[in-house]
Design a protein around this ligand. Structure first.
Ligand code: FES
Length: 128
């Protein structure tokens, strides 16, 4: 268990594309979210977000360093196409190790690293 000031945050997008079985059939999005919640309990926070305007990269997550590490200069890491159980396990492992600024990004997640998106125009997600 960590104090809240030492907990990284995982922002999990769940909206029109991320978490959608229409866009990602065969992915158990609810099971992934529950595995994430259970895996990082006591080590990090989860925020479930509306669309982060990067639908072309769904499922999107943003891993934000613990407050103390943010103040020390660590930055958030955007992850794209987080779609497998192995990805979820890698996020859990990273958070339990301290997350950005405390531990290197796991190799499984380094391949998913994405730039913060430019804002997309409404209706650009491609499934409407
Ligand atoms: S629904 Fe996740 S980026 Fe749009």
């Amino acid at each position: 268990m960590r104090s809240p000031s030492r907990e990284p945050t995982v922002t999990v997008c769940r909206d029109c594309c991320c978490g959608s079985t229409r866009k990602h059939p065969g992915v158990d999005h609810d099971a992934h979210l529950e595995a994430l919640r259970g895996g990082i309990a006591g080590y990090g926070r989860i925020v479930v977000s509306q669309c982060l305007l990067a639908c072309d990269r769904s499922n999107v997550m943003v891993v934000t360093p613990a407050p103390a590490l943010r103040r020390a200069g660590a930055g958030s890491v955007w992850l794209a196409e987080v779609l497998t159980t192995a990805h979820i396990h890698a996020v859990v492992a990273w958070i339990r190790a301290g997350g950005p600024g405390a531990a290197p990004i796991p190799a499984e997640l380094a391949a998913l690293r994405s730039d913060r998106p430019a804002l997309l125009p409404a209706g650009s997600c491609g499934i409407d």
